[in-house]
Write a protein that binds this ligand. Structure first.
Ligand code: UD1
Length: 352
């Protein structure tokens, strides 16, 4: 079987790692097309090196611009490259503009498309990711859903015939990395701290909203290590006076590699984030999380109170991150073998 993965943004490289390994282990040909949506080494190259994923066969190098321009540039490049060589499946990942470009081009070329992480919904159409997800699900031929909730959304939209539950490949990576870290050295206990990230357009691009979020982090009862996506760094730099000026407990750091991130989460006391991936990682690693949004695509993380939504104007709940949270025994993100199931489904539906 010949599979072409279309990827472009940081979380997609994490998902690509177990999928690539599983495809190769089963003897399939795997071609990687990188749109170039993320191009900083910290967000891109470092993940290929860390996970030992081969360099992309093609990098379209589109870079950053408005949604329309960026997606259009990807589409032009993808139309040229997707048709090169045999291809049984075009595999797209998640909800980014790279995914949208991939499904629009591949569907018009009549190619079979599988959407990994299908069926997530925030029900907030103001989010670019929500628009991308809905379009990707409805244009794809095989919907690889990570959770029961995702299956329910797809069923409600009339897509159940194309849907299979495979589990979450990000859980595969997270659990394997955790086990590897815990087997190699004890987690160092330093001063108490929280891990924080902010990168969603709706949080970064309105200076008043971003300043309010920084003030919120400043009310945390301990040091906050804020790992800044370049978009966040640029937006913070543009606000004068800086909202960080009075925030003595906030340390701003460069983004982390994957293993470093998991080690840091294991050493931390809790998480404050607007990232979907980090909400899940906090849940899987049993760190209490506050999500800096009004809704989440991963409602499973709310189980047992491990994740709580902190919409606009809300304050940090009393006692956070200390909390007597009960261990969740359910495994809503699967058993850490989702990537193998992805490959099995691609094999079974090949040529349909
Ligand atoms: C994108 C995805 C989002 C995903 C996130 C993961 C879309 C619509 N959004 O958001 O779903 O959660 O990736 O990180 O596809 N920039 C750099 N260097 C880079 C890349 C970006 O400096 O390598 C800066 C640029 O100023 C750019 C901004 O970040 O304009 C936003 O980048 P973009 O790729 O548009 O979206 P993300 O915020 O990264």
């Amino acid at each position: 079987m010949f599979v072409t993965s279309v990827v472009g943004a940081r979380p997609q490289f994490v998902k690509l790692a177990p999928v690539h390994a599983a495809l190769v282990a089963r003897g399939h040909e795997h071609r990687i097309v990188h749109t170039g949506q993320h191009y900083d080494s910290d967000l891109s190259e470092r993940f290929f090196e860390e996970f030992e994923i081969p360099s992309p066969d093609v990098n379209l190098g589109v870079g950053s611009s408005s949604h329309g321009r960026q997606t259009a540039a990807m589409m032009i490049g993808l139309e040229e490259h997707l048709q090169n060589g045999p291809c049984d499946w075009v595999l797209v990942y998640g909800d980014t503009n790279s995914t949208l470009a991939g499904v629009v081009v591949a569907s018009k070329l009549g190619m079979a498309i599988a959407h990994l992480e299908a069926g997530l919904r925030s029900f907030n159409r103001a989010m670019p990711e929500e628009l991308n997800r809905v379009a990707a699900d409805h244009l794809s031929d095989l919907l690889l859903a990570p959770t029961d909730n995702a299956v329910s959304h797809l069923t409600r939209e009339g897509l159940e015939d194309r849907t299979v539950l495979v589990g979450d490949v990000m859980a595969d990576v997270c659990l394997a990395t955790r086990d590897c870290i815990l087997a190699s050295k004890p987690v160092s206990v330093d001063e108490p701290f929280l891990v924080a990230t902010i990168h969603r357009q709706e949080n970064t691009d309105d200076p008043a909203r971003l300043s309010a979020l920084v003030r919120l982090l400043a009310t945390a009862p301990m040091t906050v290590r804020l790992f800044a996506h370049p978009r966040l760094q640029a937006r913070l730099d543009a606000i004068s006076p800086s909202p960080l000026a009075d925030a003595e407990n906030i340390e701003v750091h460069a983004p982390l590699g994957y293993r470093e991130l998991i080690s840091t989460l294991l050493a931390s006391d809790g998480v404050m984030t607007d990232s979907g991936g980090l909400q899940k990682e906090a849940f899987l690693l049993e760190r209490p999380c506050l999500t800096l949004r009004d809704e989440t695509e991963w409602p499973e993380t709310l189980l047992g109170g491990w994740n709580r939504l902190l919409g606009e104007g809300a304050s940090i709940p009393l006692g956070f991150p200390r909390a007597d949270l009960e261990r969740v025994t359910a495994r809503p993100f699967g058993d850490g073998r989702a990537a193998l199931r992805v490959v099995t489904e691609l094999e079974q539906h090949d040529g349909e």
